[in-house]
Write a protein that binds this ligand. Sequence first.
Ligand code: SF4
Ligand code: SF4
Length: 358
Amino acid sequence: MAKNYIKNDEPKVQKYRFYVQILFVIISLWIGYEFILFTSFLESGGATTFYERPPGVEAFLPISALMSIYYFFLSGNIHPVHPAGFFILLAIVSVSFAFGKAFCSWICPIGFLSEMVGDFGDRFWKKLFKKKFKMPRFLDYPLRSLKYLLLGFFAFSIFVSMTELSLKYFLDSPYNIIADVKMYYFFAEISQFSLIVIAVLFVLSIFIRNFWCRYLCPYGALLGIFSLLSPNKIKRNEISCIDCNLCAKACPSNIKVDKIKTVISDECSTCMSCVDVCPVKDTLSLQFVPKKKKVNGKYVLAGILAIYFGIVGFAMLSGNWQNEVSKEQYIIHYNQMNSIGHPRSTADIERLNKEAMK
Ligand code: SF4
Ligand code: SF4
């Protein structure tokens, strides 16, 4: 290791990333609280005060949002049932185009929870075995492909199997309209089996950092693909690098940052942990590759927030945030909710739509 080098005195980004993560956790909790009030109105059959359904809940319906985007692509129309979901997914994909898979490490509340559990797990392992646990490579690679298999299944079901008409039928269907309410009751009245699955994932995340995100999340897989197209990449200056290995040790995605010149990986979440720990000035940085220009951490922060809230703000101002489902329609669908299953075919979707209109 070289003895003399200019110390990296750039401001660290992790503190700001943490604030952004907390901001999105608070937004998610607020949406959850408002949604509980909305469901209490539905439970009363419309007898109590009406609470507006928070459109932000559609962030938790990514498959429906993906269908909406494909429907827009085919028809040129924004489907009116979950327009907020359409714009939120658009915002998340745009963030990925600009700053890689930054959604996972800056915005996603599940990613934040996973990071907290992973930090706890690292401390636990270090205390017991003096080092972090790492999944052996021969298991890591096949497991990482699982999320792509899940994504492939959804992509095939939507982009190959569905036409503009069948997409419209699905998006209009009572199942899609009430999907957020169904999702709420899935968690509010969680079955023993689902609870066991969540507990297993939680425990696995203590031992294997980001278990859900790294191996199973199809959302992360989708964003990982878009992130490869991002012009901003982590770059290492091989000349000034002192081979201290701190960047690789800090990387939550187990990327060997200290051995490569440019990080081109679907697992890099632009968390900037590696950049923050690098002790040598101008050695590791996020760079706008086409211009070979360093991107300062504060621009990453400002860029992520500007893209995300810019697109969400546009949706709100252009009247594409609230959906067009009336409270009376919600009450009807709520009362029939237990008999509304996932449509299996276009004919099935058509039949459900007709029944709902009777
Ligand atoms: S390479 Fe750097 S920015 Fe990418 S995930 Fe690893 S630590 Fe984060
Ligand atoms: S790039 Fe990585 S290995 Fe090189 S000096 Fe920075 S932290 Fe150390």
